[in-house]
Design a protein around this ligand. Structure first.
Ligand SMILES: NC(=O)c1ccc[n+]([C@@H]2O[C@H](COP(=O)([O-])OP(=O)(O)OC[C@H]3O[C@@H](n4cnc5c(N)ncnc54)[C@H](OP(=O)(O)O)[C@@H]3O)[C@@H](O)[C@H]2O)c1
Length: 354
């Protein structure tokens, strides 16, 4: 049945007699507070026939990520919604990209995409373009999570910025999310004490019991300073900051001399219209001689495969676990996006389209 479907589409494209339509989300209003369905228009786009070297892909999984909330303000409206996806090749005029194989790409929130792989190579984007190797029995969606951009964020943020040493204490905020769960596990693999902050008791239970975090605290219900005292008796050497705001000030003020902070994101502020205030950091930075470094994961685009392969190795060896929150249906993109921002996910939030 599926094969028939591919051939049917191929025939229509090659004969030029039919029309292939993609559906896509176009942002027509800047987000204010939480994103809303009315900020988008669902638009149909008629796709042209393929030229030599091009492929037609059909989205299988589309990623919903915090950066989508933070970045759209930088685009002129209306604009196609951005983001990464794992897509199946359904028609090909490129012998290196056969029908049935999967690719990752920064295709945005759309069902079908025509692209020329040779022209996309080397473009970082939100999901660098690549032909997926066979990762069965694992789901291809992992290419949007531990074997993709969030996985590399954890890998390079830890390896190049936190640089944990055995016996040290690492704190990670946003600990139960895609990046946070991964960071904590790398911390354990590095021989460190790992303390996480996440938004529900269930998430904290998962971090301690399933992922081996030494302590995890619900930042919504605990006193942060007391939790730090209890969870990090030797204070904090590395802080992987996914959330920003007051909790980060508390953690940074509780660090040891020469501590390292990897500033990865500030999701606590993404839905806020005015910038929140937090306790001053400079005295701690100076007196403890801290190193605080922000980063974007595409800094390591030249080493992308190194991160993917290291994470794949840990996964196959049973040293790295993952969780996904899978939403279903292209129509549910906005609900999935908002759900992730509200904290519905443990691990990576993705939308299964097919
Ligand atoms: N620098 C880079 O290159 C790079 C790359 C990827 C991601 N990031 C950043 O890394 C962070 C995590 O991204 P991710 O993809 O792994 O997302 P994620 O953690 O899987 O999902 C977002 C999580 O944020 C938490 N959250 C929502 N509102 C919050 C608030 N007010 N305070 C604290 N936590 C809140 C929610 O969990 P709770 O239930 O715990 O609240 C939610 O599950 C984000 O800041 C993102 O922008 C940066």
């Amino acid at each position: 049945m599926k094969l028939f479907h591919f051939h049917f589409i191929a025939k229509r494209l090659y004969s030029g007699s039919g029309i292939i339509k993609a559906q896509k989300y176009v942002l027509t209003k800047y987000f204010q507070g939480e994103p809303k369905k009315t900020d988008f228009q669902l638009v149909e786009e008629v796709l042209p026939d393929l030229r030599d070297g091009e492929i037609l892909t059909e989205a299988e999984y589309i990623s919903v990520d915090p950066f989508m909330r933070a970045y759209m303000i930088g685009y002129k409206l209306p604009v196609d919604m951005i983001g990464g996806q794992v897509a199946k090749i359904v028609v090909s005029r490129n012998e290196h990209y056969p029908i049935g194989k999967y690719v990752t790409g920064s295709f945005g929130w759309r069902t079908h995409t025509i692209c020329n792989p040779e022209k996309l190579k080397g473009n970082a984007g939100f999901a660098p373009f690549s032909l997926l190797p066979d990762i069965s029995p694992y789901p291809v969606s992992l290419a949007l999570g531990i074997l993709g951009m969030p996985g590399n964020t954890a890998y390079f943020g830890m390896k190049e910025i936190c640089r944990p040493k055995s016996g040290e204490t690492i704190v990670v905020s946003g600990a139960a999310g895609a990046v946070g769960t991964h960071v904590g596990q790398i911390g354990k693999l590095s021989g460190c004490r790992v303390v996480g902050f996440a938004g529900t008791d269930e998430k904290c239970y998962y971090l301690e019991k399933e992922l081996g975090f030494d302590r995890a605290f619900n930042y919504k219900t605990v006193d942060i300073k007391a939790a730090l005292k209890e969870g990090a008796p030797r204070k904090v050497d590395c802080y992987f900051d996914n959330v920003g705001g007051q909790i980060s000030s508390n953690i940074i003020n509780y660090m040891n001399k020469y501590g390292r902070v990897a500033v990865c994101g500030s999701i606590s502020s993404y839905n806020e219209s005015c910038s929140p205030k937090a306790t001053i950091l400079q005295p701690a930075i100076v007196l403890k001689e801290l190193k605080i470094e922000g980063f974007l994961v595409d800094r390591w685009i030249d080493r992308w495969e190194e991160g993917i392969n290291a994470n794949l190795r840990w996964l196959v060896d049973g040293k790295l676990k993952y969780e996904e929150k899978v939403y279903h249906g292209f129509d549910n993109m906005v609900d999935a996006f908002v759900g992730m921002l509200r904290g519905e996910n443990t691990g990576k939030a993705v939308v299964k389209i097919k």
